[in-house]
Design a protein around this ligand. Structure first.
Ligand code: AMP
Length: 426
């Protein structure tokens, strides 16, 4: 170990586990890439006000968890705590919404930063794959995103996840509900901590999200948003539900689901996994019709989600799902002696250029140690060559599965290997 360690609340991805993260990113993005979503990448930091305005000043994310700092040049920036505000900012800046092709469908993958209290499944640096569909109000779009996330989790082999669905209303009906809820919460004469009291005033819907049992007990009888939804929101939500059901996607109506970000309107949803303990949300999202205007853009009704890569990997581990990760190396070359080193190294380079995943026993180790490395590499074939083989113009090709070994002419090795690797069952 060196003098240094990964900062608190962070961890390193190292082989072999790191391969799972790549596979998860790939599996989550595959359905999006297959459904008209284009890749977008934005900076790891933004103007701090983008998040203050976009995510909302009263949210925990902005008020407590943001890595905000001032640069030497005096700019006030923050490491991005989430993806949606940045992606929308970038889409507006590039005028993607004016290209005449709405919705603008984008997907992204990257690192996010929140100064949270670290615990299992909750880190200060974590990774998400997300999708945003910008500029269209259409329940089929909300349904599409939920269906694609469901497809992503299923393609990974996950089964113990549930989809929670709710509608948060719109700018017509939500304020009426907010006031009714505030009235109810203010009238509670039981003891509430100061923080909850403050929340009642600035963001009362978040109180419904409180996980503490004593708070939950007091919420029995609170007015429910469902009873306040306007007809347009009700019809919209019903259509999303019908489309999900028609697609065979099972969901649970959860009228308490509010999520931690201010910008959501109408459809909100969360994917929870039952094998993860308290940090059970593996992904979430919803519609954010007002966000564009909140950050100074035109009205652009939009919907999106972000799935957590770290927690998805934990969910796979909790379910004991082994992803089919192919061995990184197909061929491992072991030279015996200086001359063989040069020849085999040349062969390794050739194989690699021809697209065969090949590795080499570096460092001039003995046969035994080198064969151990060959084994560990998972390679299907080993190439061994010593002076006698070379004098005869051969290398020894060993099939690591059957254990069979044969001499193959140097000039033919590449063709033989490629033929066997592409043979059925190889
Ligand atoms: P949110 O924007 O908070 O809804 O986050 C979306 C998803 O990102 C969550 O469902 C988690 O899977 C993941 N996530 C959020 N915060 C963290 C964190 N601190 N550590 C690990 N994963 C997180």
């Amino acid at each position: 170990m060196s003098t240094f360690q990964a900062p608190k609340g962070t961890y390193d991805l190292t082989p072999p586990r790191s391969a799972k993260f790549l596979a998860v990113r790939e599996a989550i993005s595959a359905p999006l890439r297959n459904s008209g979503y284009g890749y977008i990448e934005t900076p790891g930091f933004e103007d701090v006000n983008l998040f203050a305005r976009g995510v909302g000043e009263s949210t925990d994310i902005v008020s407590k968890e943001m890595y905000a700092f001032e640069t030497k040049g005096g700019d006030k920036l923050a490491l991005r705590p989430e993806g949606t505000a940045s992606v929308l900012r970038a889409a507006l800046e590039a005028n993607l919404h004016k290209a005449g092709n709405l919705p603008v469908k984008l997907w992204y993958s990257g690192s996010y930063y929140r100064y949270e209290r670290p615990q299992a499944g909750r880190y200060r640096h974590f990774s998400q794959v997300g999708a945003e569909a910008i500029g269209t109000e259409d329940p089929a779009l909300d349904a599409e995103l939920i269906i694609l996330a469901d497809q992503a989790y299923r393609s990974l082999g996950l089964t113990r996840f549930r989809i929670l669905l709710n509608s948060l209303g719109d700018k017509e009906c939500r304020p009426v509900y907010r006031e009714a809820l505030q009235g109810f919460l203010r009238d509670l004469d039981l003891d509430l901590d100061e923080e909850t009291r403050r929340r009642i005033e600035i963001n009362p819907l978040r109180v419904l999200d409180d996980k503490r049992t004593d708070v939950r007990k007091q919420l029995v009888g609170a007015p429910m948003l469902r009873d306040y939804l306007c007809d347009a929101c009700k019809a919209y939500h019903e259509e999303v539900r019908v489309l999900l059901t028609a697609a065979g996607v099972v969901y649970e109506d959860d009228e308490k689901l509010v999520r931690g970000l201010d910008y959501y309107t109408r459809t909100t949803f969360e994917f929870v996994h039952d094998g993860l303990g308290s940090q059970s949300a593996v992904g979430g999202g919803g519609r954010y019709d007002g966000l564009s205007e909140m950050i100074g853009g035109p009205a652009l009704p939009s919907v999106g989600w972000a799935l957590g890569v770290d927690r998805t990997v934990l969910a796979l581990e909790a379910e004991g799902v082994e992803l089919p990760i192919p061995a990184a190396t197909s061929v491992y070359a072991v030279p015996l002696g200086e001359e063989a080193r040069r020849v085999l190294f040349g062969l390794v380079t050739q194989l690699r250029r021809e697209g065969v995943a090949t590795d080499f026993a570096f460092g001039g180790r003995g046969l035994k140690g080198a064969m151990k490395s060959a084994n560990r590499s998972g390679a299907r074939f080993t190439l061994v060559a010593g002076e006698r083989d070379l004098a005869e113009g051969n290398v020894q090709l060993k099939d690591m599965e059957s254990g069979e070994q044969e001499a193959v002419a140097l000039a033919d090795v590449s063709e033989v290997i490629r033929g066997r690797l592409s043979a059925p069952g190889a």
